[in-house]
Design a protein around this ligand. Structure first.
Ligand code: F3S
Length: 429
């Protein structure tokens, strides 16, 4: 039996000793080793109603993952909770060339169907439960305050911790599944009160509401994996309503991808900050002041890695993380207004808005869906990063207002207003 220092409960120890079979014992062992690497002294039960998996794509090259999944399924080690998963990597509605289609279907994601059947056996919540914004009301995987989670999608982890007050570490891919299978996770980091204290005080002193994705990028790059306590943003957000939640979704994803933030507090807005206020600040926090000039400095620092920097964009992706219902509606109105002003009938750059299948279903029941379709914008459930993650797509001039997509791919970042200008007018920024 493995040597370990962690204090286990009698039932956790029994599982480690094989009470639920060899494979389950190995899964428990993996979680213990993982926890001990981070100095965890115990394991705590996962309490969220559902889990969320980051690995949603049937990449041909991931043979060992499918073997591992098969072993888990054969041994009856399915997830304690049902789970949602990150977005699918393919959608035939998204424009792609003949060669891209062949590469996607036959070389990159040829295992998609097989992998989805494995996920189904392991406990996928429902057939279409593929989105990174699983916490949206329409999807239903919305943890409550204090819930302990075993998630790893960085944009969802930071949202669950910060906006919903749940507790989750930034786990690695397969670890989220293993935690869900054994039903417990090591107690360290963002699961503890101490780990949720802010070591940075970030003061927002801008003259207008900061662009969510730009502000998140600035803070992420500055604090990296630390916890920031943000002041001066409540002035722009008001209360934690639907618009503020959408803002924090995009802001958080940028902090998590441009840095490695797993939790932030916004004074007067996010639940722990509303309750504990500045008691959440650790002693002698570092200070970062953000004004208009600082945001401009960050924006100007982004490298443009297109071969031809003046190329005309071939595609625009919006919705990384997936768009909310109110974003789809407000963008429909913005695109319509932009087209009216420019005298164009349809968007002049092929444009894809991505959202969760459940959000798209609800959106399609509204009159906005037809209106958006008339503008030429395509809606999809795809993950833009999965689309971009290959040399063929990487050589395409793609624009986005997602700082996560900019960070991981060759997509070029523009603010929301600049994107609107480009897709409706085609003007050069
Ligand atoms: Fe979501 Fe894919 Fe972006 S998982 S956050 S749409 S990279």
């Amino acid at each position: 039996m493995m040597a370990y220092k962690m204090k286990l409960t009698a039932s956790q120890e029994a599982v480690l000793n094989g009470s639920k079979g060899d494979v389950m014992a190995r899964v428990m062992e993996t979680m213990i080793r993982y926890g001990e690497l981070f100095g965890a002294e115990s394991m705590v039960p996962v309490t969220g109603k559902y889990n969320h998996l980051v690995t949603s794509f049937g990449l041909k090259a991931l043979g060992p993952v499918y073997d591992l999944m098969e072993k888990l399924i054969d041994a009856g080690c399915t997830s304690v909770q049902k789970f949602t998963a990150d977005p699918r990597p393919l959608d035939k509605n998204v424009p792609s060339s003949f060669i891209q289609k062949i590469v996607f279907d036959h070389f990159m994601y040829s295992k998609q169907e097989y992998y989805e059947s494995q996920l189904d056996k392991l406990g996928l919540l429902e057939k279409d439960a593929f989105t990174c914004t699983c916490y949206m009301d329409e999807v239903g995987n919305t943890p409550g305050p204090g819930d302990v989670l075993s998630w790893s999608e960085s944009s969802a982890v930071v949202y669950a911790n910060s906006v919903l007050g749940a507790r989750c570490n930034r786990n690695s891919g397969i670890i989220d599944l293993m935690g869900s299978i054994v039903g417990c996770v090591p107690y360290f980091g963002l699961l503890t009160d101490e780990g949720r204290k802010a070591t940075w005080l970030v003061e927002i002193k801008t003259t207008k509401k900061p662009e969510a994705q730009l502000l998140g990028s600035a803070i992420g790059m500055k604090v990296m994996e630390d916890v920031p306590y943000i002041t001066g943003l409540d002035k722009w957000l008001g209360t934690l309503d639907e618009d503020a939640r959408t803002y924090l979704k995009d802001f958080g994803a940028a902090t998590a991808s441009n840095g490695a933030v797993g939790l932030y507090h916004v004074e007067g807005i996010t639940p722990e900050a509303a309750e504990q206020k500045r008691a959440l600040l650790a002693e002698n926090p570092k200070v970062y002041v953000i004004d208009d000039a600082e945001l401009k400095r960050v924006y100007d620092s982004y490298p443009v890695i297109w071969k031809n920097k003046d190329a005309r964009p071939k595609l625009c992706f919006m919705g990384c993380p997936h768009m909310s219902m109110n974003q789809l509606i407000s963008w429909t109105e913005k695109v319509e207004k932009g087209l009216k002003e420019s005298g164009n009938e349809k968007v002049v750059i092929p444009t894809v808005f991505t959202a969760a299948p459940a959000v798209l279903k609800k959106f399609k029941e509204t009159s906005y869906a037809m209106r958006l379709e008339k503008t030429g914008v395509i809606v999809s459930y795809i993950c833009p990063l999965m689309y971009m993650n290959n040399p063929l797509s990487a050589s395409m001039p793609v624009i986005t207002s997602s700082n996560k997509l900019r960070t991981y791919t060759s997509a070029r970042y523009y603010t929301d207003d600049e994107i609107l200008e480009q897709i409706t007018r085609g003007g050069k920024i």
